[in-house]
Write a protein that binds this ligand. Structure first.
Ligand code: PEP
Length: 250
């Protein structure tokens, strides 16, 4: 049985003070869950978030990394720095970074490899645009992202990647993929992983769904055969809403 991993993506919301307030309410609401809870916060919030979640079952992640050890890279943060502060997860290849920061699959692949060198679990986002869905090339798009983004990983590393299937048209739009469509896409990803890394890795790898997950649809999505939890943007900003999503099985 694969565990469920439910991750929040705060994007560029919540200040360090908001972070303290959030966890004051949130920690207690999820203390009894068996699901893995990760919240990926803006860099400025990492210290407050780590402090506010000490001794709890909540893990803190970041939303992006630079693959280089160090360098003249104004505004960037390296995997080594993230490891140093004790953060163990990072979103990599979110569609907003692919779109607004022109991140390519080759570049995302470098970040994933660097994350593993520094014991950081990548939450790799893949997904199709509305045009790609309408043209019937969803499977082609997400499988080619998987092949390129995971290129050169060992089976042991591949098993530890968390993949978030996030149809771009469903992110922040209020439109959710139907549970059948979301499950089908997660199955395609699992099959592709099977071809690349074998059945054991395919059976163990965590594949989340992301795209307008809310308290009202979390249970239907997360109980599908190939969906192992979710990556949640907007609905992870409010303690009550995100706790309801984490506790979808209560
Ligand atoms: C996301 O940021 O990855 C996301 C899925 O956002 P939302 O839940 O707001 O659609």
């Amino acid at each position: 049985m694969r565990k469920k991993v439910i991750a929040g993506n705060w994007k560029m919301y919540h200040s360090p003070n908001d972070t303290k307030e959030f966890f004051k309410e949130f920690n207690d609401l999820v203390k009894d869950t068996q699901n893995e809870v990760v919240i990926c916060v803006p860099y400025i919030d990492v210290a407050s978030a780590l402090d506010a979640t000490q001794g709890t079952n909540i893990k803190i992640g970041v939303q992006n990394l630079n693959h280089q050890k160090d360098g003249a890279l104004t505004g960037d943060v390296s995997c080594k720095m993230v490891e140093d502060i004790g953060v163990k997860y990072s979103i990599i290849g979110h569609s907003e970074r692919r779109q607004y920061h022109h991140e390519t699959d080759d570049y995302i692949n470098l970040k994933i490899k660097s994350a593993f060198e520094h014991h950081i679990i990548p939450i790799l986002c893949v997904g199709e645009s509305l045009l790609e869905r309408e043209k019937g090339i969803t499977k082609y798009k997400i499988c080619s992202q998987i092949v390129l983004d995971l290129d050169g990983l060992t089976p042991e590393q591949a098993k530890n990647v968390i993949i978030a299937y996030e149809p771009i048209w469903a992110i922040g739009t209020g439109r959710t993929a139907s549970s059948e469509d979301a499950n089908q896409a997660c199955k395609w990803i699992r099959e592709e992983i099977g071809k690349l890394y074998g059945e054991e890795v395919a059976n163990e790898i965590i594949i989340q769904y992301g795209g307008s997950v809310k308290p009202a649809n979390a249970k239907e999505l997360f109980t599908m055969s190939d969906i192992d939890g979710g990556l949640v943007g907007g609905a992870s900003l409010k303690p009550q809403d995100f706790a309801q999503i984490v506790n979808y099985d209560k």
